[in-house]
Design a protein around this ligand. Structure first.
Ligand code: ADP
Length: 313
């Protein structure tokens, strides 16, 4: 049976309920909401009914439990989340500005997840999972990057598959060793899911068709480009599909890409038709932005089917 693994940060997000420039004045907050890109992604995989697990590390506090309980309830194997006595789970405070951009205050520098290292539980999951989802941001921390690379090589060597979401802020690209690591991961990748500009990370040519042809020529089976409020596109050898965005009221865009990715991967692994996988993932991304809180908009297959049916009218 296919089992999907991802490795990385779990934190909580606390969100301001009014728009403004930051946190200089007191204001109503909501949360804590479970968060962390790998956590949002794997929660969506779990909700699709696909066997999956996450390797992470939290403090022995309520913020860690908020995540563990949500992920477990949604079908994610949480045996690889280490609970560190006396340490704290990371948190982020977010406020949307009037223009829709986000102001953050992070408390993650000393979080439990920063000391994520291999454990017997993480080793057992790497040995039992058949697919690894890699997020490029993992390579901004040397120890986490090494764990992810080791897992990718072990799972690939056993005949497993790799999906890759660069998930990178541009300033992280120049971190030591980042470029080299991303190149190694890309060479192992079966399913590549960049967002917007990330498509051009490995190829300075600004011609999308040429970049896609080069990626498919390197042995990547499927490339899916996430285009935010413009929808998404899928490319395989000899195939291009475009999904128009579903019309929705955007409340909170955080997590849309991870939700899209989790839905798409589940369907791709199950051998769904490319057009069906793209449409359902596009619906998952659209549904994600309608909910406040990064993981609050993950969806079951039934919810995605209902959204598509409603939009087709
Ligand atoms: P990321 O969070 O990785 O930048 P995107 O913002 O591109 O990802 O969102 C992922 C997907 O979610 C998009 O490709 C699209 O399918 C869907 N999506 C995102 N924003 C909207 C929106 N405002 N309306 C409809 N669909 C959206």
């Amino acid at each position: 049976m296919v089992k999907v693994l991802t490795i990385g940060e779990v934190l909580v997000e606390i969100v301001a309920t009014t728009r403004g420039n930051g946190f200089l004045e007191a204001q109503p907050l909501v949360g804590p909401f479970p968060s962390g890109a790998p956590a949002i992604f794997i929660d969506q995989v779990g909700k699709m009914g696909t066997a999956c697990a996450i390797v992470s590390r939290v403090g022995d506090d309520d913020f860690g439990q908020v995540n563990i309980r949500r992920l477990a309830a949604d079908g994610v194997d949480v045996s690889g989340i280490e609970i560190a006595p006396g340490e704290s789970t990371g948190s982020a405070f977010v406020r949307y500005r009037e223009d829709g951009s986000r102001a953050f205050v992070y408390n993650i520098r000393h979080s439990a997840c920063g000391k994520l290292r291999p454990t017997p539980a993480s080793g057992a999951l790497i040995d039992s999972c058949t697919h690894l989802h890699v997020m490029g941001s993992a390579f901004s921390a040397p120890e986490l990057g090494a764990m992810v690379m080791d897992a990718a090589q072990r799972i690939k060597a056993r005949g497993g598959t790799i999906s890759f979401d660069p998930n990178l802020r541009p300033e992280l690209l120049n971190a030591p060793g980042m470029r080299e690591a991303l190149d190694v991961v890309l060479a192992m990748t079966d399913l590549f899911m960049p967002s917007g500009e990330e498509l051009f990370l490995f190829d300075p040519a600004r011609d999308e068709a040429a970049v896609i042809a080069s990626l498919l020529g390197r042995g990547i089976r499927t490339v899916v480009v996430k285009r935010g409020a413009l929808g998404a596109s899928l490319f395989q050898q000899g195939l291009r599909l475009d999904a128009a965005p579903l019309p929705v009221d955007e409340v909170d865009p955080t997590g849309a890409g991870d939700t899209f990715g989790g839905a798409f991967l589940s369907l791709w692994l199950a051998g769904a038709e490319p057009s069906q996988a793209l449409d359902l993932a596009n619906a998952a991304g659209a549904r994600a932005v309608t909910r406040l809180g990064p993981m609050e908009g993950t969806s079951t297959r039934a919810e995605l089917d209902a959204l598509l049916a409603e939009r087709k009218g």
